[in-house]
Design a protein around this ligand. Structure first.
Ligand code: HPA
Length: 249
């Protein structure tokens, strides 16, 4: 019999598969919310059973506002995952969050609009108002931080993730406003995912991979996809060990 899945990982821009995931089985998982972004790959990572799903699709065909966040999370839940580590590629706003930094934010501000942001959208579904004061599961976050310590992966503890609509990047004025609001990081996929995970009762934390300085920050010039992808790759070297350790605990 297969062991239960210990952890699910959602990959963001630049992370379309999980390095060192072996003996991979591929599952197409239809859900009551429709199809997820692609197949769920379940395999063994450093001895633990881990599931992986590429948020934008494995060929990055889905922009942030077109991702079916509900189906993605429901699919992971259906295959038996209770804990979801979300990898989110982001821009850095404040000093501690320069390119190639990994961070585990503890707060977020939602600037997205027009996305389905609840599992009770359908007529007749029960209305829920989940507590969201701490948008990432505190206990699971502490496990992510502990796994980073054990594996020697440098991870900034905390920070506020500002979720923007995209798919375009932000103006300098928009980022200045986000800085005034208290955001340290900016990305396009943090919401509604985190809120939906809470509604579904999943343990959910974000591991943000800083790919560039946000507009007008640091030494930001023109932000290119090549820069983003190169920094994500460079920052991701310790991820398999961290994920394996997290899956163990
Ligand atoms: N802004 C929004 N999303 C992002 C960025 C950014 O600068 N970099 C990577 N994802």
């Amino acid at each position: 019999m297969n062991h239960p899945i210990s952890l699910a990982v959602i990959g963001g821009t630049g992370v379309y598969k999980l390095a060192q995931l072996d003996d991979v089985q591929t599952h197409e998982v239809p859900t009551r919310f429709g199809s997820p972004s692609g197949p769920v790959r379940v395999g063994t990572l450093l001895g633990q059973r881990v599931a992986f799903l590429a948020r934008h699709g494995e060929g990055h065909s889905l922009p942030p506002h077109k991702v079916n966040y509900r189906a993605n999370l429901a699919a992971l839940q259906q295959i038996g995952a209770q804990r979801v580590l979300a990898l989110n590629t982001v821009g850095g706003i404040t000093d501690a969050y320069g390119p190639r930094v990994l961070a585990c934010p503890d707060q977020l501000i939602d600037y997205t609009w027009g996305r389905i942001s609840t599992i009770c959208e359908e007529e007749g579904s029960e209305v829920v108002h989940v507590d969201f004061g701490h948008p990432y599961s505190p206990l699971f976050r502490s496990k992510v931080l502990a796994a980073a310590r054990v594996t020697g992966v440098k991870l900034v503890d905390g920070g506020c993730y500002g979720a923007t609509q995209g798919p375009r990047l932000e103006t300098i004025a928009e980022i200045a406003r986000m800085r005034r609001d208290g955001c340290d990081l900016v990305g396009m996929t943090g919401m509604p995912e985190a809120g939906l995970a809470r509604e579904l009762g999943l343990d959910y934390a974000c591991l943000a991979i800083v790919a560039n300085w946000a507009a007008g920050c640091g030494d930001a010039g023109e932000i290119t996809l090549a820069e983003v992808l190169a920094n994500v790759e460079a920052a991701s070297t310790g991820l398999p060990e961290l994920v394996g350790e997290l899956a163990r605990g």
